[in-house]
Design a protein around this ligand. Sequence first.
Ligand code: GLN
Length: 539
Amino acid sequence: MHETKYIFVTGGVSSSLGKGIIAASLAKLLQARGHRVTIQKLDPYINVDPGTLNPYEHGECYVTDDGAETDLDLGHYERFLNVPTSQANNVTTGKIYQSVIEKERRGEFLGKTVQVVPHITNEIKERIQILGKSGDYDIVITEIGGTVGDIESLPYIEAVRQMKWELGDENSMVIHLTLVPYLAAAGELKTKPTQHSVKTLMESGLKADVLVCRTEHELNDDLRKKLALFCNVRKEAVIQSIDASTIYKVPNLMLQERLDRVVLETFGLPVEEKVDLTAWNNFVTRHQNPQHQVTIGLVGKYVELQDSYKSILEAFIHAGAENEVKVKVDSIHSEFLKPEEAQKKLGHLDAILVAPGFGERGIEGKIEAVRFARENKIPFLGICLGMQMAVIEYARNVVGLKNAISQEQNPEAAHQVINLMKEQKDITNMGGTMRLGAWACQLEKGSKVYDAYKEVDIKERHRHRYEYNSEYKEQLEAAGLKTTGVNPKTGLVEIVEIADHPWFVGVQYHPEYKSTVLKPHPLFVAFVKAALDNNQTKK
Ligand code: GLN
């Protein structure tokens, strides 16, 4: 077996150029050529993980099977590759320092001064190689967050420099993602920012092997030559990444630009003609040629920032393609959803999804959206906090438990139909202490969820502290809110449904994290189908 190859993806000129999508697209192509690939994200911030970050700061917090709270780019990696990621796929400066400091306290560096070089850089190098050494992958792509030249990225760039020296050019390479801006006044694409960012990289001793240039206009031959000459790369290694209408087109764009070939050639690996993207392309075709359209309301409090609900929006794309439907998502701000406006704001929707969330802001609007969906028989999916709101709404308006609420929003309330698990009661640390990662769930045959999954035993990912309070189970069930999924070990209620409703499902877990291009999530597929049925009967 040949050694694991390492590809480092750095970014220059500007943030938000889409390093994650380029990394995922390259990985997809390498996978389609038969290589076993994984992608890792290194984040230079000091939070140990993004679990404690507000979505406005950093978008959605993605969760892996093994319970890591991670950067949303890991979601792209899984959606593109259909291979699960884990704790090892996301490393932050916080994690690196935490581990080095713990080692120092244990006496592992006894007698030595602990420094950024070599201790922090060694720790970074170890974390990069964990995936490679597992033996599970031929190629590890490591995406370095931030932009070269940032103070906080320096130890990462130095670690990469050392690794390149140690592994050699045949086993490691750097892909630098940059921006080639178009100046309308001059009518020209400009290469100078790219030249400067490559120069910044070189000041740290790192040479870019491949340049991927984000651009709004085609790069002509002269421009490619110029970039190659001034940035010290082969001309074929200047790759254009032109704006695409959907991220799912990027792998094919990179294939046309021969990014995968350039990478394999650089490593001295054979480049065969065969690239199997059949299933991927079937999806793209279905996604781009919908037969119908449905409008689904996404009720949440972070709707101003699309990235806050990234996995949900992507799951709609996968499920839409599966149903040959374009899912138009209408964002509805739960904070401003008043009962008297419900008809105006929600009346046109084919289905309603109440989103996950934390805290008190926007709660009543979410409950209102549940009521509207329940009473008007509009297909409804409640995720995590959305499921909790469905239980609260039912308790209040059907069972008649006035002011029923979750302990999270009112710890003094008389009817806390959602409350803390025993295990959560004494927890004082906020970071990494929720019920996280994949948990088993057993489905009730004959339920909507069973119809969707077509199996009894499922595993889904969680990220929450509060739970359905089983003291109210009898009352809620008697009134018609059925439990159709429980945790087989603990008996915790994971799914509720209203039998007497076209499609009303609340799930304590996050199905969106597991939806991929090749495996659209069954619950999203069923939900979009219910939205389509509703849309068609209205006609
Ligand atoms: N805030 C709720 C809890 O902690 C729900 C969390 C979520 O929606 N992810 O239980």
